[in-house]
Structure formats: C-alpha cells, structure tokens
Design a protein around this ligand. Structure first.
Ligand SMILES: [Zn+2]
Length: 424
C-alpha cells in the first residue's frame, strides 16, 4: 500500500460534518447524557443537586457551564464510596467488559459497546489500514493502554502482535523478521528500538517494513517525529486521550494540532472556575465523552491547551487542540504516568529520616527528567528510596540529598514542573 492511500480518506462522515451540524449533534448528545446520568448515576445527580440544578435547568450553553467540573483526584475517594464506583457507573461492575486500573488508585471501567474508547477514527487518520500487521508495545496488565488501543486495530481489520513494553532485543527481532507495517507505543520506545537495530548493523529503511506509527502517553516533539519519520520512511502520528475518557483528539496527515474526537464534547476552561474561555485562549481541557456507561460529565483533565479553528487541508472539519501546553493543577505526567503528591507522600512516610521532600520535573534537551529532592535528618540509603519510589509510582527518579542547612523551605511545593516546551 502506498503512502498516498494511507494519507487519504476518512473513517466516517462525522469527521466532515459542517460545524453547525456538529454543534447541534453534540449538544443533543450532551443533553441526553445528563438525563441518563441523572436517572442512573447517583454521583452525577448529587453533583447537579449540589449546584442547585436538575437536568431541566440545562437548556443552553450558559446553563451547561454551571455544571461543576469533576476532577480526576475526586475520583479516588468517590469511586470507593459505594456501589458502582460510588455511583459514577450506570451498570454493575460485573456487566462491564473490563475493569482497568490506571497508574495509582483509579479504576477505569470499559463497557461492551463497539469502539468503546473511540480511537478508531484516530488510527485511520494516522494511516492504519486493513491488513496491516501491527506491533503493540503498550502494556496489557491492569492499565488500559494495550487493550484500549487494540480495539481500533480490530475495528480496522489489522492484525496485532501483542508484544507489550520492554524486551527491546525481541522487539527488534520480530519487527525485522516479519512484515510488521504498524507500530503502537511511545515514540521514545520506537527510538530505542531503532537505535538498538542500528547498533546491530541493521538499516531502519530496508530491514524494517514500518509504514505508520501511532504514538501516545508522552510529549512528541517535532524533532523526534522527524527523526523517526526520516529514518524509517514512515508516518508518525499521535493521539490525545486518557485512561478515563478514551480518545479526545488526534492528528491527521496534515498535522498542525489534533482534531477533536467526534464522540465527546471538549471545552477549554478557566482552570480555577471551570468556565469556558473565549476561542483561542489557553485553558484546561474539560471533556464530556458521550459514554452512558461511565458518564464523566465535564471531566477536567488537568491538561492545558487551546483551540485552533482554522480549516485543515485534510478536509476534517473539527477544530483542533494545539497540543498539550502544560498541567493545570498539582499533578504532572511523566512518561505517561501521573505523579500525585499524595502518592509520593505515601512512599516518603516509610523513611522517617526524611524531613522534607520535593519532586522536580524538568526536560533538559527535551527529555523528561525526574528528581526527588530530600532534606534528611539522618543517613539514608538513596537507592532504597529510589526503589520504593519506583515501586509506588512506576517511575525512577534521580535522588538528591540535602542537609538541613541547604534544605527545602517549609512551604516548598511538593511538585515542581520546570519543563519548558518552547523549543518543541
Ligand atoms: Zn486535518
């Protein structure tokens, strides 16, 4: 199959819907969703009642924005507060298709509907086509990534090699021995695979058969994309979504941002008030997926972005998100994993020598770097702190020890995100 075929076409008509029609369709879907959630998801009913509202009060966009946003960290306690994930779910747990656990303590329920997470249009836009043989390098255990991103491949008629993460040698062996045309995983991992192959004397263009890649879970810089596209002679496209929501937006062949998914309502809001901002301003991405099983209405992702409304050459009419421009609250995402200060605190309380701690995330040369700064009162084995942190948060920090005299101030923030995306 030539690259022109991969770059052309749409998965379905909704991608070319006129704007007016899209707005009306999404509004009707949103209104129907809150009616269903009011009747079947007690947690939503309580949220609406606390705002002094009923579904009948939601008649316009102005009414809609009065619905208080739901934050990811609220899920932690809410999901454990009662049956059906504390009334967030409209079905019994046993009637789901799967129940995942995203990093940390949050459950992610998957219903039985076809294309449940909505990634299929994204994979089509990334150039995946029927009869592709695709190597899946996201994990399959507990976290949703592997299975969630297999779903669109099944919809499109591709075959999947469920390789999972790690095992670089074996990944190279499979990709160079078999006609693997697609890759799904982190761009940084594809780079590691490529570099390993090159070190073995292999040529990415002639020893591999890759034509397209769908990457996610970490920031993709244009330098990394170009490096991969050039060395393999392939397309590299990314999508944006979360374990709770599924697909939110995705790149098309023409790039320049990520088209909003046809299966959710996306708002850009003031991170403090939850009120929508004027078009083009940067704010928090607030998403309502049209998911009657798990109606996370007005779910605040904590990610910052802005909307691009200029027409796209690809013919898709949905506005685009201008990538993820930062984090709105006190969590940060590193290598696809969220870091919550309370998770770090849970690890740190095992080390009584630690007086204060701080997590600092930076990105020298565009690569995420995690540092755990410790102020200690007594000797500590930094390797065991590192191991405990990795066990609890699935990320390995560099540990830097400070004595009391050069220690952290009492009000030092638990999490500092110093990453700079200017040069991306
Ligand atoms: Zn486009």
């Amino acid at each position: 199959m030539d690259d022109a075929t991969r770059r052309n076409g749409m998965y379905h008509d909704l991608e070319q819907e006129p704007e007016e029609q899209r707005r009306e369709r999404k509004w009707q879907a949103a209104v129907e969703l809150i009616r269903q959630a009011w009747n079947s998801a007690p947690a939503f009913k309580t949220r609406l009642e606390n705002a002094g509202m009923t579904p009948e009060d939601v008649r316009s966009a102005q009414d809609w924005q009065r619905i208080p946003v739901l934050r990811k960290k609220q899920l932690i306690d809410l999901q454990r507060s009662g049956l059906r994930l504390g009334g967030l779910l409209t079905t019994d747990l046993g009637d789901l298709q799967r129940l995942y656990f995203s990093p940390g303590p949050i459950a992610d329920p998957e219903g039985r509907d076809q294309d449940f997470w909505g990634w299929t249009e994204a994979f089509y836009a990334a150039g995946f086509r029927k009869s592709d043989l695709v190597q899946m390098t996201f994990g399959y255990h507990l976290t949703p990534a592997g299975l969630m991103l297999e779903e669109p491949l099944r919809e499109l008629g591709c075959a999947v090699i469920p390789a999972g993460p790690g095992n670089t040698m074996q990944q190279v062996e499979i990709m160079t021995s078999w006609p693997v045309t697609g890759f799904v995983g982190m761009a940084s991992f594809l780079k590691i695979i490529r570099d390993k192959a090159v070190s073995q004397g292999k040529n990415p263009r002639t020893d591999f058969h890759l034509r397209t890649a769908f990457v996610a879970a970490e920031r993709l810089t244009e330098a990394v994309r170009e490096d991969l596209e050039t060395s393999f002679g392939m397309l590299v496209r990314q999508g944006y979504g979360t374990a709770d929501l599924g697909c939110i937006a995705y790149e098309c062949p023409d790039m320049g941002g990520m088209h909003l998914s046809s299966r959710c309502l996306v708002e850009i809001c003031d991170p403090k008030t939850g009120e929508p901002l004027p078009a083009g301003e940067t704010g928090e991405v607030v998403v309502t997926p049209f998911n009657p099983v798990y109606p996370l209405i007005r779910f605040a992702t904590g990610d910052l972005s802005r909307l691009i409304t200029q027409p796209c050459a690809c013919g898709r009419t949905a506005p685009k998100l201008a990538g993820i421009l930062g984090r709105a609250d006190d969590t940060a995402k590193v290598k696809g994993q969220f870091i919550y200060p309370h998770q770090v605190a849970q690890v740190m309380c095992r080390f009584p020598q630690v007086v204060r701690w701080q997590v600092v995330i930076s990105n020298p040369k565009g690569k995420d770097h995690l540092e755990l700064r410790l102020e200690i009162a007594d000797n500590i084995d930094s390797a065991s702190v590192q191991a405990a942190f990795q066990e609890g948060l699935k990320l390995r920090p560099e540990v830097s020890i400070r004595t009391e005299s050069e220690g952290l101030s009492e009000n030092a923030p638990a999490l500092v995100d110093e990453r700079n995306y200017e040069d991306a």
